[in-house]
Design a protein around this ligand. Sequence first.
Ligand SMILES: [Zn+2]
Length: 200
Amino acid sequence: MNTGSNSIQKLINSLCKLPGIGEKSATRLAFHIINQDTEDALKLSSSIVDVKKNVRLCPICNNFTTRADSCAICSDHKRISGPICIVESPHDLTVIENSLLFKGTYHVLHGVIAPLNGIGPEQIKIKELLSRINNEKASELIFALSSTVEAEATIMYISKLVSGLDIKITKLARGIPVGANIEYIDRLTLSKAFENRQGI
Ligand SMILES: [Zn+2]
């Protein structure tokens, strides 16, 4: 679609790049922003600039943080050291954290190994996990990944890498439907999945 205006078209093109937003939705959002109070539109643009400037990866767990050093969870001395819950994304970490089920620390992989999409082990935070395991004397790796073929392959890959170490490896129980993302799991199912986690 061509709106005849360069500025509007530029905004539509940028919105189109967001996940789940096609050209139709992007156009609707762009016109919404144009009709919005200037103050609200500026708030939106400045919060985008703000996250891009200030949010970075925690040097320990790779979760998003605005802190200069490690994130709030890694810096919290009340967290139990030993068990590390491995998740695909900061979003999944937030879901588990909000469920209040887990008191250890996390490790965010930022994806899973998916050769068909060109994502190999070096594209996700596996190297970082291995150096953490050595530094922190991790006692258990709890995989809280989605129930997909790629996630299972990632679990097997990492398990092999740490197989010589004295570390327990578990994954959440299969209360989680096949193909389901952690972010859509309700608290009760998640709590059962944690309780009944299985050794690998
Ligand atoms: Zn952290």
